[in-house]
Design a protein around this ligand. Structure first.
Ligand code: BGC
Length: 428
């Protein structure tokens, strides 16, 4: 199972989940609302804004060749039209730190969070959103866009559509949290990404993506640009076929259509969804099935299925920009990664054009409303000292990357330790 030369092997993070102190974002406001939808605040996160050099040293030392991170709009444009040179310089240093270690920087311009001023105006519900987002992308890409290896505009652009029914239930169940959140935002709760999948969202989001893509392309014509999508394997239980088709028409098809005009499509897969004859979708599997910490079905092969679906619908080259598992049992993570990659490799042999695999996530980090309990990371983070601990799965994926195949040296505790020593933690 050799992968083609130039195959991207990476790990991902997102600004709000790792940097720490993202206090000018809408998400931060919601975390500190009382009561809150978030079980705990992001607070210092992983202190990655200061420790990115150490973290990149770990990633490079493992043998990976790409780092996917996100640029935080709330830092780059803290008030409308006021761009922070210090924030732009920070991300420029992150990009330089990547290249100096032969790591390809893959930047995402929007990963769930908005600046508070954008939220106050209605966030994703506001007709000005696409133009505002594109202007931020234009300034940002003008500062360092040409130094990126790949650019992702909006992370999981279709997630609000897929969460629509769940969030409607959540809102109905917790009116006090909605009220506190709206007070903190100074806007309706639907201004926040995870709640925004209401009437008008899809068209507005696609427009935001296309304007952003054009802005990045104008500043950096040679940099491949795409959106990323949440694409799960969709399985019809008896009588559920029409429900699968309806779901794909609503949640995938409009974005696939737009992605046909992009350089690549980022595929992000975590599990399999099942659709019953009643038309309802659920990520909750039958009781005998192994579950991850997120309550999702353990289903690594869903990744190959999602890539096949995306490729058949778009013909656009794919990069797996996220795939991962929340578990405390790292041996299950290793098995998950290997099986997911096997399903990718079989899909590639069948003609699906997949250019890379980026694991979610590099660090145990802030898992949004679930806080710090779910651990997706290749590297553990001590929440008190911020010390990093490399897990065996990190060593394994690094070996795959070095070999560009799914072969592995007899990996074990000794090698993990030597990898840890080799990467050190000193070159901040
Ligand atoms: C998101 C990440 C998130 C991950 C695990 C994806 O939906 O892009 O930010 O942490 O899934 O739930």
């Amino acid at each position: 199972m050799m992968f083609p030369s130039g195959f991207v092997w990476g790990a991902a993070t997102a600004a709000h989940q790792v940097e720490g102190g993202n206090s000018n974002s809408d998400c931060w406001a919601l975390e500190y609302a009382k009561p809150s939808f978030f079980i705990e605040p992001s607070a210092d996160a992983c202190d990655h804004a200061a420790r990115y050099g150490d973290d990149l040293a770990i990633l490079a030392g493992l043998g990976l060749n790409a780092y996917r991170f996100s640029i935080e709009w709330a830092r780059v444009e803290p008030e409308e039209g006021a761009f922070s040179q210090v924030a732009l310089d920070h991300y420029k240093r992150v990009i330089d730190a990547c290249w100096s270690r032969n790591i390809q920087p893959v930047a995402t311009f929007h990963h769930f969070t908005n600046p508070r001023w954008v939220a106050r105006d209605g966030g994703w519900l506001d007709e000005r959103f696409p133009d505002r987002f594109a202007r931020y992308c234009e300034v940002t890409a003008g500062a360092f866009g040409d130094q990126l290896a790949y650019a992702c505009t909006i992370n999981e652009i279709n997630l609000p559509d897929s969460l629509f029914e769940l969030m409607a239930r959540v809102k109905a169940k917790y009116p006090d949290r909605v009220a506190a959140g709206e007070g903190a935002l100074g806007a309706v709760i639907e201004s926040f990404f995870l709640f925004s999948g209401v009437e008008g969202y899809t068209a507005r989001a696609i427009r935001a993506h296309e304007l952003a893509r054009d802005a990045v392309k104008a500043a950096a014509p040679h940099v491949p640009v795409g959106m990323t999508m949440s694409i799960q394997e969709c399985e019809a239980e008896p009588g559920g076929e029409a429900a699968v088709a309806a779901y794909k028409r609503r949640v995938y098809a409009p974005y696939y259509e737009s992605a046909k005009r992009d350089d690549f499509l980022g595929v992000q897969t975590y599990t399999r969804m099942r659709f019953g004859a009643d038309g309802k979708a659920t990520r909750r599997p039958p009781p005998e099935v192994e579950l991850t910490q997120m309550g999702y079905e353990y289903r690594p092969q869903a990744l190959g299925a999602a890539c096949r679906d995306a490729w058949a619908a778009t013909g656009t080259p794919i990069i797996v920009t996220e795939s991962g598992i929340a578990t405390q049992d790292d041996s299950r993570r290793r098995a998950f990664i290997r099986s997911a990659l096997e399903s990718v490799s079989v899909a590639m042999a069948d003609g699906v054009d997949i250019r890379g695999y980026v694991y979610w996530t590099l660090l145990d980090n802030f898992e949004w409303m679930s806080g710090y309990a779910p651990t997706f990371g290749l590297v553990g983070v001590d929440r008190r000292t911020m010390a990093r601990a490399i897990k065996p799965s990190a060593v394994m994926i690094g070996e795959f990357a070095r070999a560009n195949s799914l072969v592995q040296n007899a990996s074990g505790a000794d090698e993990v330790l030597s990898a840890g020593a080799a990467v050190g933690v000193s070159d901040r």
